[in-house]
Ligand binder design. Sequence first.
Ligand code: PLP
Length: 404
Amino acid sequence: MKTFSKSTKLDNVLYDVRGPVVAEADRMIADGDHVLKLNIGNPAPFGFNAPEEVIHDMARNLRESQGYSDSKGIWSARKAVMQYAQIRKIPNVSIDDIYTGNGVSELINLCMSALLDDGDEILIPAPDYPLWTACATLAGGKPVHYLCDEQADWNPDLADIEKKITERTKAIVIINPNNPTGAVYDRDVLERIVEIARVHQLIIFADEIYDRLLMDGYKHTSIASLAPDLFCVTFSGLSKSHMIAGFRVGWMIISGNKKIGEDYIEGIKMLSSMRLCSNVPAQSVVQTALWGNQSVETYVCPDGRVTKQRDYCIERLNAMPGVSVVKPKAAFYCFPKLDVEKFNIKNDMQFAYDLLKQEHVLVVQGTGFNWPEQDHFRIVYLPMLTTLQEALDKLEHFLTYYHQ
Ligand code: PLP
């Protein structure tokens, strides 16, 4: 019999995220069950709205947004991102170094496809945003996971990075602020990563989609600003900062020493033009969004909704016997640790599945983020406080009797 699937190598990397737990939740919802979903970083369904100005400008620009644009994106969007790069001190960026995409996701895929030959290695954090691992694998590369250290506020473990570099390592991925931990990396850690990349001639890919969602007065440093002599690609977009994940708009900025990557840039240009262009109506609001009033600030200020929801979750989780969690500094995720001995947990997907079936609360297990142990899970604290309260009550109750 003919088979039509190209390869099964993605099974390992995607299975955990979209796998049986989510499928079961979908089934339960279709059967009319009420499931409390703490599993997805999509702000709009939880009552977060895009700034009015963004909606207004998108509507106003629709008529002029009907055709394909330049494959890298419209001039006003790229100019706005270029100015953004200047403010963030990302060096040596011209308008030609900016590419818009249908979300950061498309650009991650494009960059991995252009870079990796079979067997080429790329360093990716554990835990990670798993699309990075999936795209590197799909491109034929070998994702090599370096550990982030929970004891050090989830900063990357530099010794582990160094240990995992080989002749085949081409690049390192930094996700800062981080999904799923909510970490914001210390500046000196970033400087030391740059030093490692310098010594081993690695490309730096910096996924900074949460760079405008910091709490508690923390400041974000773009790693590219510390690496003028290296080849860096920095990713960001409007999905999270402007609550318009469905509009699909993101960008990447190539910076630093572009001479090193001349051939690579040709590959990126080719793949970029093969997809013709990214969503033009969404590009048309980049300038408005980046340079207008940043309404997201009202969510992440000390009194803001996201901050309050984070504080509530962290307090509740840390009060549960057998659970501990590092307080996130940014984004809207936390990555609690479970006492596996207390709960006899051998399989974290089973844990998520049992929590779903017994308490109707949906979370994602840590291995879904390529975390190597069975002892973590991720909570998205975007839902309303009342929903979080109900979900955490149920989790607390579940942990009083759960023994795997
Ligand atoms: N990068 C990280 C770290 C994310 O958490 C996400 C979405 O959750 C993305 C990229 C994808 O963003 P986009 O909507 O721009 O494709």
